[in-house]
Design a protein around this ligand. Sequence first.
Ligand SMILES: Nc1nc2c(ncn2[C@@H]2O[C@H](COP(=O)(O)OP(=O)(O)O)[C@@H](O)[C@H]2O)c(=O)[nH]1
Ligand SMILES: [Mg+2]
Length: 323
Amino acid sequence: MIQSFVITGFLGVGKTTMLTNTVKEHFSDKKVAIIVNEFGDIGIDGNILSNVYSEVLEISEGCICCQLAEEFESGVIEIMNKYNPEIIFVETSGASEPFPIFLSLQNLGISVEGVICVVDAKNLDSYKDNSTAKYQIGGSNIIILNKTDLVSELELEHARKEVIEIKEKFNIKNNLTGKMIFTNYVVDNAQQGVVKKDIFNGVFKTEEIIGLAKDYNHLDHTTEDSITQKVVYLKENINFNDIDEVLQNIPKSIYRVKGIVRTLDVPNPLVINYSFGNVSYDELEGYSEKSILIFIGESIDDDVLLLTEKFEFMNLPKFRLAK
Ligand SMILES: Nc1nc2c(ncn2[C@@H]2O[C@H](COP(=O)(O)OP(=O)(O)O)[C@@H](O)[C@H]2O)c(=O)[nH]1
Ligand SMILES: [Mg+2]
């Protein structure tokens, strides 16, 4: 039976980092397929991952937990036929809940060995009130406090307590019986997403699930918390400092910025990865499309508009997709 793990967690907490590093560390001897659902226009993570491993299926433009179950399932079948993986990792979008994906995998006869929620130990306080974030913790059985390099022991202990509190309160239940779905869960720490191998050893059987689909009241979280994304195009002829200045001026409503940008003074295009005030730049060869930035956050339309007014080299697209 094919095994799988679902990786959930809020925007920018380190899910892709964990996938990349953990797969490299612990699963290099297996045939691994990686499925990434990015809440963004372009699959930046997919580009990076596909250089490193096996098969990456990208599902973008929407969130697999809301609209894309069918697309997700046919994608998984395709990947199984084509690649015959032993293990499948599914990184869900930071704005989605893990449970529907869990059910889809089970429907396909794939054994879900664990639902892993990556938590940003440094920034938990700034996103923990978001309802999707709570359901992500409640709907998982392996919780990893990541970015431990950015916190003191005291802060880590604090984050751990908060996570356990949320878990107890939002632990996903069977509506009919009132019983917890995950009777057992673990909380562990990680840096750069490197998790102990034991965590993956399939001790956490999560097979009590089938039949729950019917009672699951799916929360329309994208409306409730209005996590949205806005794409901005950049003019040519900008310098690295221009981009850096934009990223120094990101308002609090924006949690996450991703993008690929070409500048005059860096030879290769830059992949930009910003979360909660931290930014990383990686050079990427062979990208010749437009320079773009994707802003993700809560109710960000006005803030993004202000940014484009302040920085005249950023343009909002003149069209919108019909809903
Ligand atoms: N300092 C620090 N940064 C991290 C760690 N894990 C991930 N990051 C950074 O956090 C940002 C978001 O990571 P990513 O894996 O893309 O998050 P995702 O949106 O959950 O997939 C990236 O810039 C990572 O380099 C960590 O343990 N420590
Ligand atoms: Mg990611």
